[in-house]
Design a protein around this ligand. Structure first.
Ligand SMILES: NC(=O)C1=CN([C@@H]2O[C@H](COP(=O)(O)OP(=O)(O)OC[C@H]3O[C@@H](n4cnc5c(N)ncnc54)[C@H](OP(=O)(O)O)[C@@H]3O)[C@@H](O)[C@H]2O)C=CC1
Ligand SMILES: O=C(CO)COP(=O)(O)O
Length: 348
């Protein structure tokens, strides 16, 4: 929400310095980047960087993104471009490329950037090769950027249609976080600020892996009791891992943690949950992935998550089972039997 399109530190009463926020660039024209462009374009100038020229053309000429966000008429003020230099001068940049491609996109963007520009990570995942969260990937490539994270329960299709949503905006510098939350909030999308950057980004990455497990339970017809059990024990894994990584408990219990876990595990609108469901129904991973163009982040994050958890000595049996299934080393029924037959223990 804006005051004549300009929001400054002084506006929120934290001193002299002012951060002029008037324009937003969004890097990534998939479902989420396009949905964010749509919702933000009601209040501000938005430019969307899209890699594929035919999608740039679709958005600018026909005001739709038929490949990634079909059925949504985009505001005419959503402008797409394939030119990274022209989006680098915005006051805020939202990074929404899939996790495994974010580094490559940032490398190309970096040479056009001005010092200190806030870059808000909206992607959810862990980089396979390095085991790094997206904020650390950003730190590698653009150390001078002001790093922030936007995460929470939010299906692109819901946000693009203007349905209500609430998310977490995290930035270590609380004043900047507050300013960004105010600037990016709208009547439809309410942002809560936090200074717990790792907590905010960890929830989104981990829940994608756990949602595959919830989908498997659904697809195998194991019932609603099993669904509640897998989500609850999945949350125990998320919480243990989060604490080991230095996340704050209240963040893990908030929108970007428990909130997004509940959303993603509970709906086949989720790509991760629906992929799990198809696995549970007996379809193979290659068949499922071959039939979809949308990114299913949990598939690519599972291995990195399990590696990190082992390194930190955090027990994550559900994430481990998902990883083994994805690698083709474990069948769905064996995984379920394995989880049920683990030694009994105290609930933690
Ligand atoms: N969809 C949702 O509801 C939500 C998604 N997210 C997160 O947002 C991120 C993006 O997801 P989403 O927008 O849904 O993605 P989609 O599956 O809708 O689209 C795929 C995106 O990946 C891009 N892409 C594919 N290959 C490359 C590459 N080699 N280099 C750069 N970009 C590439 C595509 O760009 P191109 O057009 O050029 O092919 C397109 O923007 C993910 O991390 C996801 O977890 C977060 C919240 C909600
Ligand atoms: O992150 C999401 C909702 O918050 C989207 O989940 P999927 O990627 O599983 O569709």
């Amino acid at each position: 929400m804006h005051h004549n399109g300009v929001l400054s530190f002084a506006d929120i009463g934290v001193g002299e310095a002012s951060l002029q926020l008037r324009s937003v660039s969004i890097i990534g024209g998939g479902a989420w980047g396009t949905a964010l462009a749509q919702t933000l374009s009601h209040d501000t100038v938005v430019t969307l960087w899209v890699r594929e020229p035919e999608i740039v053309e679709d958005i600018n000429a026909r005001h739709v993104n038929r490949v990634f966000l079909p059925g949504v008429d985009l505001n005419h003020s959503v402008h797409a471009t394939g030119d990274l230099a022209s989006v680098a001068t915005a006051d805020v940049i939202l990074a929404v490329a899939p996790a495994q491609h974010l580094r490559g996109v940032l490398v190309n963007l970096a040479r056009h950037l001005t010092n200190g520009v806030p870059i808000v990570i909206c992607s959810k995942g862990i980089e396979q090769e390095t085991g790094k969260f997206m904020g650390d990937v950003l730190e590698d490539i653009v150390p001078q950027a002001t790093r922030a994270v936007l995460s929470g329960p939010s299906f692109a299709a819901d946000v693009a249609r203007g349905l209500p949503s609430a998310l977490t905006l995290a930035c270590r510098n609380e004043a900047v976080g507050r300013a960004l939350a105010a600037f990016l909030s709208s009547r439809q999308m309410r942002l809560y600020w936090s200074s717990d950057v790792i907590g905010a980004e960890l929830g989104g990455a981990v829940k994608n892996v756990l949602a595959i497990a919830a989908g498997i339970v659904e697809g195998r017809g194991l019932g609603t009791s099993a669904h509640a059990a897998i989500v609850t024990r999945g949350f125990a894994e998320l919480r243990r891992f989060g604490e080991a990584m230095g996340a704050r408990p209240e963040t893990l219990l908030g929108l970007s943690g428990l909130g997004d876990l509940i959303l993603t595990c509970g709906s086949t609108q989720s790509r991760n949950m629906s992929l799990g469901r198809a696995l549970g129904e007996g379809r193979s991973l290659s068949e499922i992935l071959g039939a979809r163009s949308a990114v299913t982040e949990g598939v690519y994050t599972a291995a990195a998550l399990v590696r990190l958890a082992r390194k930190k000595n955090v027990e994550m049996p559900i994430a481990e089972a998902v990883h083994e299934i994805i690698e083709g080393r474990l069948g769905v029924d064996e995984a379920i039997t394995g989880l049920m037959q683990r030694p009994l223990k105290a609930e933690d």
